[in-house]
Design a protein around this ligand. Structure first.
Ligand SMILES: Nc1nc2c(c(=O)[nH]1)N[C@H]1C(S)=C(S)[C@@H](COP(=O)(O)OP(=O)(O)OC[C@H]3O[C@@H](n4cnc5c(N)ncnc54)[C@H](O)[C@@H]3O)O[C@H]1N2
Ligand code: MOO
Ligand SMILES: [Mg+2]
Length: 404
């Protein structure tokens, strides 16, 4: 090998497939019961089985009149009772109708509802129906949404507003979810200080820590904040070694080939460096493996690299450890609003927006520029060895697909 023969880069799909296989092999299976009010962002550990029919009884979809269609011969009907939502009706007296409101239970014997706009109430208390009536119209039948015992959400579902609303509609006050993953966040770099302190020579503020902690919390993780780790092999070993009781150590920085990049070294010495150098831009020097048996993902330190690699690799890995099946963003095809004439060995994820139905990248795609992502609405995926002309199709992955 000459000094310039470089080992190949691993394609993103291959790296993701390996990460997901590792995630399945170390699935977090412990469960806990949580109140619905604490369940947002958690993952169902077992299918949610409906404990009742929904709706629990036939009810009216309209404000109007309930009748038994067979009792109606075209003549006006006497109104024999008034049924509001929340009340318990008596059986419908034959040959009459009931005044009824949306969501109110149908009285036994009624099978049809006419909306009040199509009915005329006379002073003698009888109602005439102006339009032909159809059996069952405007009736929401018991169990039409869900039958008791139906599996309404599979195990592995992430609980968002819709799932929580559905569980509440079934009267479930608690759900069984996987326990939260414990994730340690380490920010490596002698140059880092925290916001609130004055910048000294050569220093920069630590942005990755805040970005990752906020994101992990949204994902339902319990975060162990490891703060800033100085670039030193002994300190790196000690910091990693102190994190025995976490499910994942997530670090940023210190994974490239610089003389102060100690993470890979520590993994090779006392664990395993399973992945390194991916065909992704930004994010090439991503490092994964384990240190004394604890899984480690070392994201590259450049802030846009941290963002892209966490979103496309570490997030799917964490979700798969919780049993979530669809962990990768889908995105959708969109026409490019730019030209690309530098086919690359790495798949690029440009921070981009949609403008007039086309993908427009932020002008400065340096991996040090986090502002690009704050401006962007998503990632524009430019495949390896590709050129693009304006109008060519590429995949756009909205940030909303990966930030939650
Ligand atoms: N000779 C080579 N040099 C570099 C290569 C390479 O292949 N050969 N790869 C470059 C690429 S690509 C990336 S990405 C970076 C990744 O380096 P590290 O992950 O080792 O990160 P550091 O060198 O520690 O830091 C990179 C950059 O990011 C800033 N940084 C780090 N942590 C934070 C933080 N918590 N908040 C804000 N900014 C942070 C740091 O100051 C550096 O500017 O390596 C290239 N070099
Ligand atoms: O791959 Mo690095 O993340 O471009 O700067
Ligand atoms: Mg560093």
């Amino acid at each position: 090998m000459s000094c310039c023969d470089k080992p190949g880069l691993m394609p993103v799909e291959a790296a993701l497939a390996r990460l997901l296989a590792q995630a399945e092999a170390s699935a977090i299976v412990e469960c806990e019961r949580v109140n619905l009010s604490d369940a947002a962002g958690r993952v169902l550990a077992e299918p949610l089985l409906a404990p009742l029919d929904l709706p629990p009884w036939d009810n009216s979809a309209m404000d109007g009149y309930a009748l038994r269609l067979a009792d109606w011969n075209g003549e006006p009907l006497v109104v024999s009772q008034r049924i509001q939502a929340g009340s318990a009706p008596v059986p419908l007296q034959s040959g009459t109708c009931a005044r009824i409101f949306t969501g109110a239970p149908l009285p036994a014997g009624a099978d049809t509802v006419e909306m009040q706009e199509n009915a005329v109430l006379s002073e003698d208390g009888r109602v005439a129906f102006c339009e032909p009536l159809k059996l069952g119209q405007n009736v929401r039948a018991q169990g039409q949404e869900t039958r008791i015992g139906d599996s309404v959400l599979p195990a592995g579902t992430r609980l968002g507003p819709i799932e929580l609303g559905l569980a509440a509609s079934l009267g479930c006050a608690e759900l069984t979810v996987r326990r939260r993953p414990r994730v340690a966040v380490l920010s490596t770099g002698d140059e880092l200080i925290e916001p609130g302190q004055p910048l000294g020579p050569g220093q920069i503020y630590n942005s990755n820590r805040r970005l990752l902690i906020a994101w992990l919390q949204r994902l339902g993780c319990e975060v162990v904040d490891g703060g800033i780790l100085l670039d030193d092999l002994e300190l790196t070993r000690a910091a990693l070694g102190a994190l025995r009781d976490v499910d994942l150590i997530l670090s940023t920085g210190g994974v490239s080939v610089g003389e102060a990049d100690f993470l890979g070294m520590a993994l090779r010495e006392e664990g395993e460096q399973a992945l390194w150098k991916l065909a992704i831009k930004p994010g090439k020097p991503l490092t994964c493996g384990q240190f004394r048996g604890v899984p480690v993902i070392g994201l590259p330190g450049n802030p846009a690299s941290t963002l892209v690699t966490f979103g496309l690799l570490a997030r799917p890995y964490l979700l798969r450890r919780l049993g979530v099946q669809r962990v990768e963003p889908l995105g959708f095809p969109m026409p490019a609003g730019f030209t690309w004439n530098k086919p690359g060995k790495r798949r690029e994820y440009l921070r981009a927006r949609l403008e007039n139905g086309r993908v427009v990248p932020y002008p400065n795609q340096s991996s040090g520029v986090l502002r690009s992502a704050a401006w962007a609405e998503g990632f524009a995926e430019v495949l390896e060895n590709t050129t693009l002309s304006v109008g060519d199709s590429l995949r756009f992955i909205p940030l909303s697909e990966i930030l939650g």
